[in-house]
Design a protein around this ligand. Structure first.
Ligand code: SF4
Ligand code: SF4
Length: 251
């Protein structure tokens, strides 16, 4: 059987999602036997994208003309395009300051060197190209990547949880940090799949996997206000991985 060809690319991001693949030490050898890696600048010396590509895994948000050119090229070369990680799917940490003026942000960070910088508000991939599948997470779960690769070899795609972090959290019989300790936990709004890694060790869910389908934003905000958090604190926390919550959504 012909090996499927894959590409792993990074746009505006930290490379953490791509490292999820490189961190599959026990499976890497088999992955390279079963897939032909056409393009992977982080992991291969050869940087040329030749195509055609069966599946492109794309990390990061689109925030520069170079990002846009790369994602358009990947889209045109690829049968399937996968948004790989929270930045690619939701904007992620790259987009957490999208409500502030881009030019001033750049000047704050880069000073005079910001003059002439070609950059715009980081956006998820789906704003520019058709996205066929997504693996969320900051970074994504290694298990979800491996399940996806295995499914692709069978010519299919996996299903990931469509319920919130709280479901896995309560399944682990964790103490509820929101209800029982009054902490600012975003578990009710966030897509499960991480097995409630943070609450399991007493740390609130910061929302790194992005919104779950049908997240009840109004109920969470109301609950947090009742617990004594200010609207500014709540909004600031919620914007960390996804900048576009509908705070006025009615439940
Ligand atoms: S600790 Fe957080 S994630 Fe766990 S059940 Fe409570 S609100 Fe949900
Ligand atoms: S508990 Fe929340 S912040 Fe922690 S890994 Fe899971 S989704 Fe991310």
């Amino acid at each position: 059987m012909k090996k499927p060809t894959i590409a792993i690319a990074g746009l505006t991001a930290c490379s953490g999602c791509q490292l999820t693949l490189l961190n599959c030490e026990d499976e890497l050898s088999e992955i390279t036997q079963r897939f032909l890696v056409d393009y992977f600048p982080l992991g291969l010396t050869e940087r040329c994208m030749t195509g055609p590509i069966d599946v492109a895994f794309v990390e990061g948000a689109v925030s520069t003309p170079d990002d846009l050119e790369t994602v358009l090229k990947l889209r045109s070369y690829s049968r399937l395009l996968v948004a790989f990680g929270t930045c690619a799917l939701w904007g992620g940490v790259a987009a957490m300051k999208n409500h502030e003026a881009r030019r001033e942000l750049a000047a704050t960070v880069y000073g005079a060197a910001a003059d002439g910088m070609k950059t715009f508000n980081p956006q998820p991939l789906h704003r520019f190209v058709k996205v066929d599948f997504a693996i969320t997470g900051c970074p994504p779960e290694k298990g979800e990547l491996l399940v996806t690769l295995a499914a692709l070899l069978r010519g299919t795609l996996p299903e990931f949880p469509s319920y919130p972090v709280c479901a896995q959290c309560r399944g682990r019989e964790n103490l509820c940090l929101l209800i029982e300790r009054g902490e600012l936990c975003l578990g009710p709004l966030i897509q499960a799949g991480c097995h409630a890694r943070c609450p399991a060790v007493g740390i609130v869910c910061e929302g790194c996997r992005g919104p779950v389908a049908e997240a009840n934003v109004a109920a969470e905000v109301r609950l947090l206000l009742d617990k004594g958090f200010s609207r500014e604190e709540i909004v600031s926390r919620m914007q960390r991985f996804y900048p576009e919550w509908d705070y006025d959504q009615r439940d």
